[in-house]
Design a protein around this ligand. Structure first.
Ligand SMILES: N[C@@H](CCC(=O)N[C@@H](CS)C(=O)NCC(=O)O)C(=O)O
Length: 318
């Protein structure tokens, strides 16, 4: 690793340190939004590293404690701890972008707080996961950490843009919205790692099949083009990142023809959400991150390419 990029900031040091590990959080950091302003490449830096540095600079808007020095983080504004490849965090970023909350909410990387498992971060969020929204302390108390993407999403809506909330919906419509969001939280994202992490082929094949089944279930919840018909709801925001993720990965690495084969309603939701500027932005962020992983040979490194070549398992569920 050359000295140049390593001397820039704690976030950049963190990214450089972990840049050879096939971990989620590393590669989350090493990706780029299409909207990012191009900076001059750092001599001696590879393309993925250069992208990581640009992203880190872009996301590091808030003043943060130095990684590893143990200082408590003191947010001046509500601060989202997240990185662009995080599909859970993408729900929260969607509402930040669509409601124009960028000036009200800072976004920092967990690397700015020493990483997801650092004592600094665990003191704020004992789950050690992202996203998390850290609120400034009230009257001499401690900052409040709001964890869980769906909870953060609902908080942001209630607090900053209640017009995007469920206020006008009937109880039955709210139930539909919550039911779809629960599928994502409870049934898909906990097994989504099967699409990109190292694991036994039996476990992977079981989870891939289950992911396909959950997409079939979601299909039945969509009226079209959105879950509730013509109006976007939190359900669409919750579903979109998983669709973007699977749309990129499953045809490329698992031999699916399309994730939308036999799922026309999900396709209509996906296409309608792409027409929303925030949806297109989330799509750009996640796809850029996944392209970075592809460039680095991630699916070969974690054993997926070889496992999928073994046809005694069923991989192509669509
Ligand atoms: N149910 C949680 C899941 C959060 C989660 O697993 N986030 C991933 C990144 S997208 C993470 O922090 N992974 C690191 C870890 O689990 O150690 C949510 O919706 O926020």
């Amino acid at each position: 690793m050359s000295a140049g990029p390593l001397s820039l900031s704690c976030a950049e040091r963190h990214i450089a340190r972990v840049s050879t590990e096939p971990s989620f959080s590393l590669s989350c950091s090493a990706q780029l939004s299409r909207q990012v302003v191009r900076l001059s490449p750092v001599p001696g830096t590879s393309a993925p590293q250069a992208r990581a540095l640009r992203v880190s600079r872009r996301m590091r808007k808030a003043p943060v404690c130095e990684s590893g020095n143990g200082a408590a983080f003191v947010p001046k504004k509500p601060t989202l701890v997240d990185i662009p490849v995080s599909y859970n965090g993408a729900k929260c970023r969607y509402i930040i972008y669509s409601a124009g909350l960028e000036d009200k909410i800072d976004t920092i990387s967990p690397a700015d707080l020493g990483g997801l498992k650092s004592p600094e971060y665990l003191a704020l969020n004992p789950q050690g996961k992202m996203p998390a929204l850290i609120l400034p302390a009230q009257s001499g108390g401690k900052p409040q950490c709001i964890a869980e993407s769906e909870v953060v999403l609902q908080y942001l809506i209630e607090k900053f843009c209640p017009e995007h909330g469920m206020g006008k919906l009937s109880s039955e419509q709210r139930a539909i919205v919550r039911q779809a969001a629960r599928v994502i939280d409870v049934y898909t994202t906990p097994i989504q790692a099967a699409s990109y992490r190292q694991m036994d082929p039996e476990v992977r094949a079981t989870n891939i099949k289950e992911l396909a089944r959950q997409l079939d279930i979601l299909e039945t919840y969509v009226e079209g083009p959105f879950v509730l018909g013509n109006d976007i709801s939190c359900a669409d925001i919750a579903i979109l990142p998983t669709l973007i993720w699977m749309n990129f990965i499953m045809p490329r690495f698992f031999g699916w023809k399309s994730i939308f084969s036999g799922r026309p309603k999900l396709q209509s939701l996906f296409e309608a959400m792409q027409k929303e500027p925030a949806g297109a932005k989330i799509n750009g962020e996640l796809e850029a991150a996944l392209s970075g992983w592809e460039e680095k040979g991630r699916w070969k490194d974690v054993g997926i390419t070889d496992q999928v070549a073994n046809t005694s398992f069923e991989w192509a569920c669509s």
